[in-house]
Write a protein that binds this ligand. Sequence first.
Ligand code: GDP
Length: 302
Amino acid sequence: MSLFQRLQEGLAKTRMALSRSLDRITGRALDPAAREELEAALLASDIGVRTVSKLMDRIREEGPAAEQVRVLLRAAVLDTLQAGQREPIDRQITNSSKPFIMLAVGVNGVGKTTTVAKLAQRLKQAGLTVLLVAADTFRAAAIEQLELWGGRIGVDVIRHKQGADPSAVVFDGVAAAKARGVDAVLIDTAGRLHTKANLMEELKKVKRVLARELPGAPHEVLLVLDGTVGQNALSQARQFHEAVGVTGIALTKLDGTARGGVVVAIAEELKIPVRLIGVGESADDLQDFDAPAFADALFGKD
Ligand code: GDP
């Protein structure tokens, strides 16, 4: 199965619900009842209240024929998703000064460690040298998991003991990267501490240490979000963005029963581009975000 097919499968439920609603209004005048039905279907797709009201305003203003509604919706959502998109991350790293530092953040269980490892493998395959940094010192299992991945894909992992100061691990990671002249440093961070305030303070400190040790770093703050959780992902994005300034999103588990529409809500409200998507548990299951393919997966092909 191609990655796009997997993405299509993952978003099938959302697409079917939207499609059913669009089919029902086709051939009818776009009267208030039809509009209400469409609005409910859009809200259920997780693209967010703000996006939905913007879309419904446009539909009211432009008054498209029912057959044109799908086209209008797809184009509008595509515009939102394309805002702020940059070159693919391996090209970004190749064109950046060395070492390129990426801080991966996100709550536990979203697929942060897996995504970091997948990206490390991809960069390595592209001929870049990579270091992994185990800055989730809260859980021993997190350090072990990253080491396991490092061993599997043949990438070194900088680590300290459980309970160590994450900023100290990060400091060592940057020093090692400079000494070895590596291209990219990917930092895995904690997703949970005793309190959320603690976590955000810790991440801010890590960011400060990075900026101090390497002006311009981190070059990317990648927020990892679970594509199956729906609206909760939006509140996670708000919190991490406020604390550490997220520059890109990796959306995982789009091979499952995804509710990936939420990335539209995030792009609309926070203007953060989705950069990568996870479509499985193995090291190869990572792809660049493709906005047109995603819009197709949500609304069907034109
Ligand atoms: P972390 O706590 O955020 O570091 O999350 P992990 O990387 O440990 O991943 C949590 C679980 O999600 C693991 O069982 C992963 O195999 C799984 N996972 C991560 N990414 C994906 C994905 O794209 N698709 C699927 N199906 N599972 C994933």
